[in-house]
Design a protein around this ligand. Sequence first.
Ligand SMILES: Cc1cc2nc3c(=O)[nH]c(=O)nc-3n(C[C@H](O)[C@H](O)[C@H](O)COP(=O)(O)OP(=O)(O)OC[C@H]3O[C@@H](n4cnc5c(N)ncnc54)[C@H](O)[C@@H]3O)c2cc1C
Length: 323
Amino acid sequence: MFRFWRACTPEQVAKSTTVQTALMDLSKAELEPFLQRTGTIPMLRKDGNLQVYESQAELKASLPGWKVREAHGIEFHHVDASGMAGIQPGLDARFTHGTFTPGWYSIADPKLYTLALADYFRSQGGILERTNVTALRPVEGGVEVLSEGGEIRRGLQVVLSAGAFSHRIARSLGERIPLETERGYNTTLPADAFDLRTQVTFGGHGFVVTRLSTGIRVGGAVELGGLDLPPNFRRSEAMLKKAKDFLPRLKTQGGTQWFGFRPSLPDSLPAIGRARATPRVIHAFGHGHLGLTQSAGTARLVADLLTGKTPPIDITSLSPQRF
Ligand SMILES: Cc1cc2nc3c(=O)[nH]c(=O)nc-3n(C[C@H](O)[C@H](O)[C@H](O)COP(=O)(O)OP(=O)(O)OC[C@H]3O[C@@H](n4cnc5c(N)ncnc54)[C@H](O)[C@@H]3O)c2cc1C
């Protein structure tokens, strides 16, 4: 990944940034209408995010990023230690500065949200089936979907969105997509583990503490370990230990550990567009750290491709064939 970025020209980096921000803006515009339509709007929270820093120098280093957010109309303010204590009491004194984003979006519980969307899909006549897809095969007038055990389904069009496993299926169409996985870990503690008033991001330490409807989640980390390596939950434990140092009143007992895959491409952009082998297969994967954030925008792009409309943003830079 780093080799890829070093090989990029400034123009390529600027182009990537432009399409990333366009997809973020589209996702923001699409999200609330989507949540309204699907009856999941009560799961949307805007209870803020406090990014904390251990020095004035760390805050200063973050300012270019905040400038970009400002240009996109995101409201935030920088605070000192007493300002932080007013927003989130109980932070360790090592945190001297912070930036608070009051309108930060989060979903009350991502698992319950996904289950609610599945229910909505069924209520609209959608059918959910579980199967392990091994290959896609273009055929006259459609696409065959081959599964483990020899089952074959057939569709007029197929959307390939199998997260970190998508490149394995794309390979059956003759495409080599350099999808990697950034593995992440979390621990969800009982709801009374801490009086958390807002999400707290410990950016310098690569993790966040979030209040879900189902508990307090301590999550983050990036592990480049591929798809097959067993999880190393010492990473969850290390994050939890740090969280206890940073929020001394945090009760760390009774947590549930989890690990998952962030499907990531070398330029940190997703692959959204048609397969080379057939326009009837649409790729939609590789969203890295932003899969939930960019889901509604991605859904708009995919829906437009499926129905032959012109997508609202230029998706050339998201082409699955760009590598
Ligand atoms: C610790 C952690 C924290 C994160 N925090 C955030 C966050 O705060 N905000 C954010 O926006 N994103 C976050 N992400 C990233 C986000 O989870 C991903 O970007 C997102 O889940 C990707 O969505 P997806 O639908 O492409 O893939 P997935 O969510 O992985 O879904 C892929 C689906 O395809 C199925 N599948 C895979 N292979 C096959 C096959 N062969 N046949 C049939 N089905 C198959 C899988 O079972 C799965 O259901 C986080 C990720 C992690 C690990």
